[in-house]
Structures are given as structure tokens and as C-alpha cells.
Design a protein around this ligand. Structure first.
Ligand SMILES: *Cc1c(COP(=O)(O)O)cnc(C)c1O
Length: 436
């Protein structure tokens, strides 16, 4: 294969390379959550590089990364400090196992995470994705109740329309029928409850003696379409969990690391989870890494002699990967050095202001927002029209990349979004919705 150099190639040369890559993609790549019958007609974009909040395709076109590369980018792309952290760690070791060994960045990151997390979460268990962070939390909760002498507590409770990942355990607690219905026979039963305090109270009154844990996406259910919980709801759920010895598992895979305006969403209600799942933004969106944080009480229940078999038998090959931990540590340091949470406030303001006219459009049912997590629900369309997708596809022409959730247009920009970029984002979405 002879590479065509973009600068020197005659007109069409760059496109020649793009079309060659596209042919290879169509031939060999199976994309996640993608209907491949329509994929070739959806004019796929091939990303080659990025600068700050912008992605650049193989033809040199620039796009604002309006969904943080699927909700994970935090400080922008090609962030100097994050690039440097990976390079420095690469000069030491790229990977070494956590099974029977420790490594420097994993230790330092665990200490940093438990210092930043809500009080009481002293222990950090690493894995590789949001789904595995949830699997770990569920298995920990289930085993903990047995070790704590409450073997009757074997059921898990979760919310209607919950999303916790795509592996079978996380699908079991997930409640989105479009993704999950087909796998009904493969998943374990879960007690499901709507976001209503009366419903949760009833559930606890009837079944708390059998409940091991209640898993929630705190404050805002992301994949369900950015559904907001009423203020105080989570705090009341926490009290019920404490009263009935039900572990509260908070899945902050989407909400963690500043996305709602605070480091963790639970901080808005001073909630202290027993188990906390983090992933997406943990490495600033650079490398796959996840963690399940646990309280000292949970951790200590697993202590015992080898003969007692209280060990938590779970672990992934790349658990605590040094490169990923090094960049995560650098990302958390940036939050402090750059005062990220403080500095994002004007852009949150600009985003909120830009959304006001969108909320008034006749084909918009509702705009839901918490910090930098936004869902714009369209109305008057059927799912098969793929109207959410059409809005996002139109936005590309304005240099903005978005990905919808059905007919909910999602905005989830990097925390490094500028005020100017926030205006571009909302102006573009306004124009694309009005021109439907
Ligand atoms: C994305 C997401 C997950 C799954 O994370 P992956 O890294 O994609 O496995 C789990 N929970 C929530 C709330 C999420 O938004």
C-alpha cells in the first residue's frame, strides 16, 4: 500500500485514501450498536487526529466533539499533560499484572481516587470498562451479604430504563428493552422499580429482607435519554438502604469526573454509596480503565484464611494497567491544577442559555440538563424515521459531531468546552431541528 501524502497529492488524492479506508471498513469492521445495512449510506466519517475539542477526519475536515467521543473525553484531545503522562510511563513499563503484584501508578491512583470520592470509599478494585465495574460491584454486593451472615439477601434491585453496560450481568440490571429483550433467557431476574419514592418504599417494605443491593445511576439516567431524578430522591433512597442493610451501588460511569458540574453526581445530595462504579471519564477519555470503589466495611467482610474461601475471585488481565492508571492520575491532577470544575461554569451557563430557544421549538418535547449532560427530546416522529440521527447527521455539515439516543439528541461536550464552542453547539442543534 503506497500512502498518499495529503499535502502533495493532486486533487482527489486525499479522498482516494479515504475511500480506500472506507472500503476496508465496510469489508472488515463490525461497529458497536450499528445496523450495518444502513451504515454505508450513513456517510461514515473516519477520524484521523484531534486537537482540543475538535476531531479531524481523513479529509482534514474539523468537527466539534459534541459527545466527548461517547461521553469519556474530559480535558480535550491531544492534551499535553496527558500525552506526557503516557509517554513517561511508557519509559517505565506498559503493563504488569495486579494478580499477585502491585504497580506504582495503580497504587497512587487508588489513593487519589479514594481521597476524591465520597467519604468512606477506601478501597479501589480496578477493571477495564463501565460494564465490568458494574459486574464487580454486583458480585461484591452479592458475596458481601453472604459473608456478612445475611444469606437470604440474594436479590438485586434496579431502576426501570436503567443502563449499566452490555455484559450479561450489567444487562441483567439494565432495563432498556430495545437493547436487552432479546437476551431475556440469558440474564438473571432483577427486582425493578420506577423512579418514585413511594414505589421504592413499597419495594423495601415487601422485599428488603431479600435484597442484597440497589443499583442506580445517580441524578440522571444517561442512556435512557438523560432522565432526571427529582431532588431529594437519591438521598431518600440512601436512607432506606441504610435502614434495611441493602447496599447502595451508584453507577457513576457516565456522571463521574465533573460531567454534572461536581466531581461525582452523588455530591449534589451528599450521598455516600457503599459501592461506586467509575469508568468513562476516569482516564480523561484516553485509555480503557474502570474502578469499583468499596467501603472498608465491605472490604473487611472478605478477610479470612485461605481455607475460609472468602476471597473475591474476580480479575481481568489488564486490571490496573500502568499506562491507563498513569494517565488517569494525570487527568485527576489537571482537575486541581486547571480548576476544571470552576472553569467550566461559564460554558455550562452558555449551554443553558443556548438551550432555551431549543426548548421552545414545536417539535421538541423537553430539554433535560444537568451540568454538561443534555438530552433534547424530539416529538412527533416515529422511531423508524431515525429523526434523532437525521439531526445529528445535519449537524455534521455545520462541523459538529453528535450521536443521539433514539429521538433524544444528546449533548455531552468535554469539560474543556469554551463558551464560544457551547454557542456553536446549541446554535447548530437549533438550526438542525428547525430545518427538519
Ligand atoms: C456507558 C455506561 C456503562 C458501560 O460502560 P462501558 O465502558 O461502555 O462498558 C455503564 N453504566 C453507565 C451509567 C454508562 O453510561
Amino acid at each position: 500500500m503506497t500512502a498518499v501524502h495529503p499535502e502533495r497529492s493532486p486533487k482527489g488524492g486525499v479522498e482516494g485514501r479515504t475511500s480506500e479506508l472506507l472500503q476496508l471498513d465496510l469489508k472488515h469492521v463490525w461497529h458497536p450498536f450499528t445496523q450495518h445495512q444502513s451504515w454505508p449510506d450513513d456517510e461514515p466519517i473516519i477520524i484521523e487526529r484531534a486537537e482540543a475539542n475538535w476531531l479531524i477526519d481523513t479529509d482534514g475536515r474539523r468537527y466539534l466533539d459534541g459527545v466527548s467521543s461517547l461521553w469519556c473525553n474530559v480535558h480535550g484531545h491531544q492534551k499535553r499533560e496527558l500525552d506526557a503522562a503516557i509517554t513517561a510511563q511508557l519509559g517505565q513499563v506498559a503493563h504488569s499484572t495486579m494478580l499477585g503484584l502491585a504497580n506504582v501508578p495503580a497504587i497512587r491512583l487508588a489513593a487519589k481516587l479514594s481521597a476524591l470520592a465520597p467519604e468512606g470509599l477506601t478501597k479501589v478494585f480496578y477493571s477495564d470498562s463501565g460494564s465490568t465495574a458494574v459486574e464487580v460491584a454486583l458480585k461484591m454486593a452479592y458475596q458481601y451479604q453472604q459473608l456478612a451472615g445475611r444469606p437470604q439477601k440474594r436479590k438485586l434491585a434496579a431502576l426501570v430504563d436503567a443502563y449499566h453496560g452490555d455484559t450479561l450481568g450489567s444487562v441483567s440490571v439494565g432495563g432498556m428493552s430495545l437493547f436487552h429483550a432479546r437476551f431475556r433467557d440469558l440474564v438473571f431476574p432483577v427486582v425493578r422499580v420506577p423512579v418514585s419514592l413511594a414505589a421504592v418504599e413499597r419495594l423495601f417494605a415487601e422485599q428488603a429482607h431479600e435484597l442484597a443491593a440497589f443499583i442506580v445511576e445517580p441524578l440522571i439516567q444517561g442512556a435512557a435519554g438523560m432522565l432526571l431524578q427529582p431532588p431529594g430522591w437519591l438521598k431518600a433512597v440512601e436512607a432506606l438502604c441504610r435502614k434495611h442493610d441493602v447496599l447502595l451501588v451508584c453507577d457513576e460511569v457516565a456522571t463521574g469526573f465533573g460531567r454534572t458540574g461536581t466531581m461525582f453526581a452523588v455530591e449534589h445530595e451528599s450521598v455516600k454509596p457503599d459501592l461506586l462504579c467509575v469508568a468513562k471519564g476516569l482516564t480523561g477519555g484516553y485509555l480503557p480503565l474502570a474502578a469499583t470503589l468499596a467501603t472498608q466495611r465491605i472490604f473487611e467482610a472478605f478477610l479470612g484464611s485461605a481455607a475460609e474461601q472468602k476471597t473475591f475471585f474476580h480479575g481481568h488481565t489488564y486490571t490496573g494497567n500502568p499506562l491507563a492508571c498513569a494517565v488517569a492520575l494525570a487527568s485527576l491532577e489537571l482537575f486541581e491544577r486547571e480548576q476544571t470544575l470552576e472553569r467550566m461554569k461559564p460554558a455550562i451557563e452558555a449551554l443553558a442559555r443556548g438551550l432555551e430557544p431549543i426548548a421552545c421549538l414545536k417539535n421538541v418535547a423537553e430539554v433535560r440538563r444537568r451540568g454538561f449532560m443534555v438530552g433534547i427530546e424530539l416529538k412527533g416522529y416515529v422511531a423508524s424515521d431515525r429523526t434523532g440521527f437525521k439531526v445529528c447527521k445535519a449537524a455534521r455539515k455545520h462541523g459538529v459531531l453528535l450521536r443521539p439516543l433514539g429521538d433524544v439528541v444528546v449533548l455531552m461536550p468535554p469539560l474543556s468546552l469554551t463558551v464560544e464552542e457551547a454557542r456553536l453547539l446549541t446554535r447548530t442543534v437549533y438550526e438542525c431541528i428547525t430545518s427538519l
